[in-house]
Design a protein around this ligand. Structure first.
Ligand SMILES: Cc1ncc(COP(=O)(O)O)c(C=O)c1O
Length: 394
């Protein structure tokens, strides 16, 4: 018999990758509260508060706003499988790994999918999406990733929403790496379906996928000809649990406690102050990278406040540098995805982790990791440039 002897004590890591991120102690504490039944009157009041707070973070009045049980991918599946029926036309802007995944999920939902490919690091282009929508004709949904985690590029949503609505289509938005850290206004910008995750800028562990549906999206759902293929992710069934408390599946009680606490923290900080904090820290971080001679993947005007993809310089082994950060500094950063695998690092400054301390710590550690492989920078240049950026911004 094989003996497994993993240490019972987990190491502490500073999670500066693409997620999960470290969370506020209040969120972890909320998860240790005694369990309640999923139809307990007290739990029902927790659900009501959570939904109200979710509407705030999504900036929406949508009645159907709830956390799906599952990670961000469950949000992707729930969106597509509810909106699309076999044979529907769907246009997806693909400007990275997650746009590709969204397209794949739309296809598995039975839709005829038209992809609009983009170069790595670019935001989705509304004109190119419009051309595809017009050419495809009778499009049911347009899918786009607000914050493409594989490249660190953000896409402005308003123009893409206009493109979808001109054609009578619904706009489906992946806000996995934006919700709670990057400006997002679901109602004002005309987003019809928006999903996210809990483990990034929202500031809770992985396990839920907040999702919101506009009244137009609800109409589309209610006028379906066929049943939603997934029982678990059927939003009509799920809303009846969240509205009328009819059993559908057992809610992940402790995760909902955690999400409520994370959302309370967001409300206490103020959504706009939080967006601004993410922007300020990312911009100081990027100033540090530039001073160290490092290049960022995303186009200058599209860089996200939540995640930065950095090209690893010639002669540097990116996996070795990540290992150095983990072993010597206890810092996790992510490697590249798709065409950037082996060529880039992805650094997240998300939620509780978007701090000045983490910016300065990570730049210093990166300098050490690069120096170990003989990559020369002027000592302390990254940290000094970030400090100057803060002084300019403060
Ligand atoms: C933009 C984007 N969409 C979807 C996902 C999938 O989320 P999850 O890994 O939580 O299932 C991710 C994960 O990083 C993501 O970054």
């Amino acid at each position: 018999m094989t003996q497994h002897s993993a240490s019972p004590v987990h190491p502490f890591r500073l999670l500066l990758g693409a997620g999960p991120s470290n969370v506020h102690p209040r969120v972890l504490q909320a998860m240790t509260a005694p369990l309640l039944g999923h139809l307990d009157p007290h739990f029902l009041s927790v659900m009501d508060e959570t939904r109200g707070l979710l509407r705030h973070v999504f900036q929406t009045e949508n009645a159907v706003t709830l956390p799906i049980s599952g990670t961000g991918t469950a949000g992707m599946e729930a969106s597509m499988v509810n909106i699309l029926e076999p044979g529907d036309a769907c246009v997806v802007a693909v400007n990275g790994y997650f746009g590709q995944r969204l397209s794949e999920i739309a296809e598995r939902s039975g839709a005829n999918v038209v992809q609009v490919p983009h170069e790595t690091g670019k935001p989705a282009d509304p004109d190119r999406v419009r051309d595809a929508v017009v050419k495809a004709g009778n499009v049911k949904a347009v899918g786009v990733v607000h914050a493409e985690t594989s490249t660190g590029a953000g896409t402005p949503l308003k123009d893409i929403a206009d493109v979808a609505h001109e054609a009578g289509a619904l706009l489906v938005v992946d806000a996995v790496t934006s919700l709670g850290g990057v400006e997002l206004r679901v109602d004002e910008w005309g987003v019809d379906v928006c999903y996210s995750c809990t483990q990034k800028c929202v500031g809770a562990p992985p396990g839920l996928a907040p999702l919101t549906l506009s009244p137009r999206a609800m109409d589309a759902l209610q006028s379906r000809k066929s049943k939603v293929q997934s029982f678990y992710l059927d939003l009509t069934e799920l809303s009846s649990y969240w509205d009328r408390r009819a059993y559908h599946h057992t809610a992940p009680i402790s995760m909902i406690f955690a999400l409520r606490e994370a959302l309370r923290l967001i409300a206490e900080e103020g959504l706009e102050a939080r967006w601004e904090r993410h922007e300020r820290n990312a911009s100081a971080f990027r100033a540090g990278l530039t001073a160290m001679g490092l290049d960022v993947v995303a186009d200058a005007e599209a860089r996200l406040p939540s995640l930065t993809a950095i090209l690893s310089p010639d002669g540097v082994d990116e996996a070795q540098a990540r290992r150095h950060l983990l072993d010597r500094h206890g810092i996790e950063v992510s490697g590249g995805l798709g065409p950037l695998a082996g060529k880039a690092w992805r650094v997240g400054l998300m939620g509780h982790n978007s701090t000045r301390a983490n910016v300065l710590t990570s730049l210093g550690a990166l300098e050490d990791a690069l120096g170990e492989q003989g990559y020369e920078t002027q000592a302390g240049a990254g940290v000094a440039a970030a400090q100057r950026a803060y002084l300019g911004a403060d």
